[in-house]
Design a protein around this ligand. Structure first.
Ligand SMILES: Cc1cc2nc3c(=O)[nH]c(=O)nc-3n(C[C@H](O)[C@H](O)[C@H](O)COP(=O)(O)O)c2cc1C
Length: 155
């Protein structure tokens, strides 16, 4: 069985920098036998960031985000995937607001508040995080490392 890879574009411009790098990464995954599902956060049904309902913290919900909106299919696909490729342009020294909306929902559902075992996911998957910017690639190393560390722990 080939691997399933979720690819998420958190930038608005089709065919530009972020989309191009993500499409190339997706091609590489496909060439290695993976099946790719591509999501454009700017072309989803309406969605929000985390609404602090704490539904994901209920035992019965097992770390699943209970807020149902345009991001739900993206969260489902990431959960079922063997790997995530996510990209965002840098906006004002950060990722986009759309990236943050997904990030809040994706990470918070897995957070336990237990320092010894902070993540409630049964398994974690590799994440490739791409950020495009006008500044040289050394400008945002700390930002990239912080996101990468959180992804490694919670996705
Ligand atoms: C609102 C906005 C804010 C931006 N802020 C930054 C920034 O702080 N630092 C930077 O290096 N580039 C910044 N950029 C440039 C983009 O990150 C860069 O051009 C990126 O590759 C665009 O990605 P895209 O082609 O996928 O849209 C900004 C662009 C926009 C539209």
């Amino acid at each position: 069985m080939g691997k399933k890879i979720a690819v998420v574009n958190a930038g608005p411009r089709k065919g530009w920098n972020t989309d191009t790098l993500l499409a190339e990464a997706a091609k590489g995954a496909e060439a290695a036998g993976a099946t790719v599902e591509y999501f454009d956060l700017f072309r989803l049904e309406k969605y929000t960031g985390c609404i602090s309902c704490f539904g994901c913290k209920k035992e019965a919900n097992k770390g699943h985000c209970m807020c149902k909106d345009g991001l739900t299919p993206v969260l489902d696909a990431i959960r079922k995937s063997d790997g995530l490729i996510i990209g965002s342009p840098n906006y004002l020294s950060q990722v986009t607001a759309s990236f943050r909306a997904l990030y809040e929902r994706l990470i918070f559902q897995s957070l336990t508040y237990n320092a010894e075992n902070p993540c409630c996911r049964q398994r974690t998957v590799p994440v490739l995080f791409i950020m495009t910017s006008n500044a040289p690639d050394t400008a945002y190393v700390n930002l990239l490392n912080d996101y990468q560390r959180t992804f490694e722990t919670f996705v």
